[in-house]
Design a protein around this ligand. Structure first.
Ligand code: MLT
Length: 206
């Protein structure tokens, strides 16, 4: 269902009553339809909430502006992260899902805003799967993540996301109290079957 009264163009697909909600966050150039099949595969019973990033780079939707490859517009990142946190609350009211049981599944640019949500709004997510994320920003003071489970999947040959940057993100999240698992695959920036399987296993074990 698409509802224009909420601030993000999005799809919402209801799951089994009482199931968690996966917040699906696409990569640059994607949209609200991109990750629905992945979400269903990862956690078949989940509600799926899939917004479209509100920033356009040329014709490509993104979740926040960037100044160059891997160089983020931090002011826009802050504004868009706050808007996404608010959207989760409004969508929970509108669709009637439990806003304390929302797990982000983000890929690339979507993983980066999910990481930003964890760091700026530590209560907004009950967990996160960050597929090929980088460190979105370094918080002045670490948020209190109190055991929030986070899975980061990364590729050893990922030319967009250097390994040191992924490890930095894992370290920041751990120092904030998150329960971080890091899954490395040998490939690049694309999603591998192995990491989809790892994410599905991680989610069903939560
Ligand atoms: C970003 O800009 O968020 C990252 O570089 C990943 C991407 O290219 O979207």
């Amino acid at each position: 269902m698409t509802n224009v009264t909420l601030d993000f163009v999005h799809r919402y697909v209801e799951g089994t009553p009482g199931a968690p909600t996966l917040l699906l966050l696409h990569g640059t150039g994607g949209d609200e339809n991109d990750l629905l099949d992945l979400g269903r595969e990862l956690l078949p019973e989940a509600n799926l909430l899939s917004p479209r990033g509100r920033v356009l780079e040329g014709a490509s939707p993104r979740f926040f502006r960037r100044l160059g490859a891997g160089v983020f517009d931090l002011e826009d990142l802050r504004l868009q992260t706050d808007a996404l946190a608010e959207f989760i609350g409004s969508a929970a009211e509108q669709y009637g899902f439990d806003k304390t049981h929302v797990i982000a599944v983000g890929y690339s640019n979507g993983a980066n805003i999910a990481a930003s949500l964890l760091l700026r709004h530590p209560g907004a997510l009950a967990g996160a799967v960050l597929l090929h994320a980088m460190t979105p920003f370094v918080p002045d003071t670490p948020p209190v993540l109190n055991g929030t489970p986070v899975l980061i999947t990364a590729g050893r040959m990922d030319l967009m996301v250097p390994a040191a940057n992924v490890e930095h993100l894992a370290r920041i999240l751990k120092e904030s109290g998150a329960n971080v698992s890091l899954h490395w695959s040998p490939g690049g920036h694309g999603l591998s079957e192995a990491e989809v399987t790892a994410a599905a296993q991680w989610l069903s074990a939560l």
